[in-house]
Design a binder for this molecule. Sequence first.
Ligand code: GLU
Length: 551
Amino acid sequence: MTDFEKLAELLLPNTLKTPDYYENLYQSRNLPEGAAVTRIAPSPTGYLHLGTLFMALVNRITADSTDGTMFIRIEDTDKKREIEGGIEDIVNGLEHFGVHIDEGFTVEGQKGEYGPYQQSHRAEIYQCYVKKLIEQGLAYPCFCTAEELEEVRAQQEKDKIRTGYHGKWAKHRDITYEEAKALVEEGKPYVIRLKSQGSEDKKIVFTDGIKGKIEMPENDEDFVLLKSDGIPTYHFAHAVDDHLMKTTHVIRGDEWISSTPKHLELFKLLGFKAPKYAHVAPIMKLDNGNKRKISKRKDPEAAVRYFIEQGFPAESVIEYLMTIASSEFEAWRKANKLESYKKFKFNLKKMSLSGALFDGAKLLDVSKNVICLKNSDIVVKELITWAEEFDKEFADLLKRDMEFTKKIFAIDRDVPKPRKDIARYSEAKEYAAYFFNELFVPNFELPENISKEDAVSLLKAYKSVYDEKDEQSEWFEKIKSICPDLGFAPDTKTYKANPEAYKGNPGDVSTLIRIAVTGRTNTPDLCSIMKTIGKDESLKRIDNAIATFEA
Ligand code: GLU
């Protein structure tokens, strides 16, 4: 036995399996040539974050564009920061947005042959790989206390030397078996560090899937692999897990770029083939004119729950994130209005290099497009689902007469050019208020060119011609028909040719009726609204307006 082997045995006596065991256990995936295996690796430390959803979407479409697969691995090595229900919230949240996970923690439970998919259940695996590195003289125990490390750092700062545990500053790099044994027997706590073989003077080059060729100094830091409690660091767990889980593309936040030399060295020393890396710029926010990363603490829209509460359909959020994911998406969407975004040929190389700004106005606009293309049955179903959770009273009102509710949301919908009105279901109550007597707020403010007297005469005249059976064109003809006798032009063309001669045109008269019936100047098709509200209620509101203007 070499001293390194003795050291490995001293530190990890209970680790009996060898890497060969795991290499055999996890066989290659049976996927077509070129299929990407992607993953997300969230920590269950908070509710599903917009950035995690975005990352999951990018991973999903990368896998899909190559007939590959995507799994989720839970990075729960920091038990102190974990929140209860954090895993479920992430998994259910992703499913809600239609970002399906094939393997790992899924809505159907845990599945897949490359698990466990939770790092806290993989301690044995990490320890066996670390044991091998120690046996090879590529890892060692470090007994430095936090104070000692701080002293080293202070000295380095004073000497204007790059800080960190590297080269001659790595105190235990050459610790002997005997020295280590004595300290272990004394009960001194230790971490396991990599004995880096890199040199700051040498460069590594790798091709990032988004940012292209990147050249950086090699890693020469003896960074920690296993913490004193035997739990791995992100760096080590990433290398072991992504190797054993056969990840081909590590698509992650670009805050990890600076660590990539560490990861590439690990892959090399462990004898693993490195994955392709792609580093995604974060979603940003404008704050007092400065661009900053969207923040869990400061920005409500950082938690996807916010979009659910606001009643954005899941597709709207995804559609919006797709516009951030690819600058080519919007043009594609214009040409393929009804296709699923999944048909879009996504290319990582086209992703933005700097973080896209979160643009709430654009999300609203995208969402209006999404909702206007949904058929009315779906809109009603989604609206009620939303209202059940966030506005129970409104849900009850909507459910009171489903036929009526369906008619409301069928107006100017289910047609080739649907009206773009609501962007989120929380706007639907205001949008549909005048259909419900409980919510209708009359408004008797007249347009400038219509006096109270004219309003009364026009509404009375309209009552005499109104027939609830009239369809749109007939309905408007009736309005036109009452105009000439009351000093209004019979059509817009006549009015425009000689505006001085008239008090207004048929459009003004329909606005008057609209105000009387809905309390608003701008609504969807008024003829359909009156049919939906019904003759009695329409007449009641017109009479009420007449009475008010006469008073
Ligand atoms: N838990 C890491 C993070 O949230 C995962 C990064 C990765 O995808 O490798 O940043």
